[in-house]
Design a protein around this ligand. Structure first.
Ligand SMILES: [Zn+2]
Length: 122
């Protein structure tokens, strides 16, 4: 991987980490707001509960993402960033730029997803 690519990825990761920690990750706020507005209209108790579990799920997702982001930054520090955790092959740079927290190459990732799917069906 070129140094320039790695530096860009590192910058992205640091920005993402900051966003998560300051609660400014945009995926949450807007959705939550519109949920609350619906809530005021309907006055439905079930919706309140739904909104709560939605918030919890969102928080869990953010925590997961934060952990992944920190793990990726650690891998950069250790100099083994971009290596697939599963098979040890190099992950495509294109994939890493699009998704810096990726710890698996595309092949391992799709295999994992297929396994998760088949488990969910059981
Ligand atoms: Zn792999």
């Amino acid at each position: 991987m070129r140094k320039r690519d790695l530096e860009k990825i590192k910058k992205d990761l640091l920005e993402m980490k900051q966003k998560i920690q300051s609660g400014a990750l945009e995926m949450g706020d807007k959705d939550l707001r519109s949920d609350r507005e619906d809530l005021l209209d309907s006055g439905d108790v079930a919706t309140v509960e739904l909104n709560q579990s939605f918030k919890i799920r969102l928080r869990e997702r953010e925590e997961k993402l934060l952990k992944k982001t920190e793990a990726a930054l650690l891998r950069i520090e250790e100099g083994n960033f971009g290596v697939c955790e599963e098979c040890g092959e190099e992950i495509e740079v294109k994939r890493l730029i699009a998704r810096p927290v990726a710890g698996l190459c595309i092949e391992c990732k799709s295999r994992q997803e297929a396994e998760e799917k088949s488990q969910a069906q059981q």
